[in-house]
Design a protein around this ligand. Sequence first.
Ligand code: BTN
Length: 279
Amino acid sequence: MNASTRSPSLNADAISALLPVARRIGREIVVLPETGSTNDVASQLGRAGAAEGLVIFAERQTAGRGRLGRKWESSAHKGLWFSLLLRPAFALADWSRLTTWAAVGIARGMEEEFPGCRATVKWPNDIYLAGKKVVGILSESVAGPGGYAVVGIGVNVNHTREDFPEELRTKATSLRETAGAEPLDRHAVAAALLRQLDALYPALEHDFASVVAEAQSRSFLVGRRITVHGPQETYEATAEGLEVNGSLRVRCDDGQTRIVSGGEVSVSVACAPTHSAPS
Ligand code: BTN
């Protein structure tokens, strides 16, 4: 891709200009041309005492990572690769809420920017559009005095089908692929996501039940046959709903209910959902 066809470089002031003056998330925005992982940069700044709400974007990541040690492909000028530095005021045991909060905020932001699309949440950390992954979320935290959390978010924005490796084409999509053929303005997308995350931030502490309820209503899994890849075993079940802390509740074939709070979950192939399918 040459400079004349790629989308304009991200600019922190251009994103800030689209945000409300009084805000917590995006209080300070930094755009790096290239870094290893924005989660690592946000974490270093968190350790150094940076204020809550700092957002680090990188045009390109050379060591972007996902959950379970996976690599996150972060090519330049295509997506939004960014990390939020947070200092939640509530108990560390509840910081797992951050992924659910981020998923709902991001889903709302995408629908604000593209009212025709329906963003679903694939527990625990993915956003899907039209049945394919468009966003991944990686929450990490450092406990102790001065502890902090980093929520890393990767959004496929201007990727075309050819930009994805062959093996991902049936599984991954971009906003552009789903919401329109023209390259999208990444500043407008970034601002919509940050606005919604900021608006939802108080609910993280004071009304998390409503965040969980929305995550459940947006769930890509609820009602489907799934495979749970747990630390000890792999088993099939039906996804039933979310618990108050955001964990996934499943019904096993012997009728037993289990609560899944980590690991990986995949949709079992060739099983129709038992509720209306996400569009
Ligand atoms: C996943 O799907 O497993 C999570 C992917 C998270 C990717 C984002 S991109 C910005 C931030 N920096 C990283 O290294 N990872 C997250």
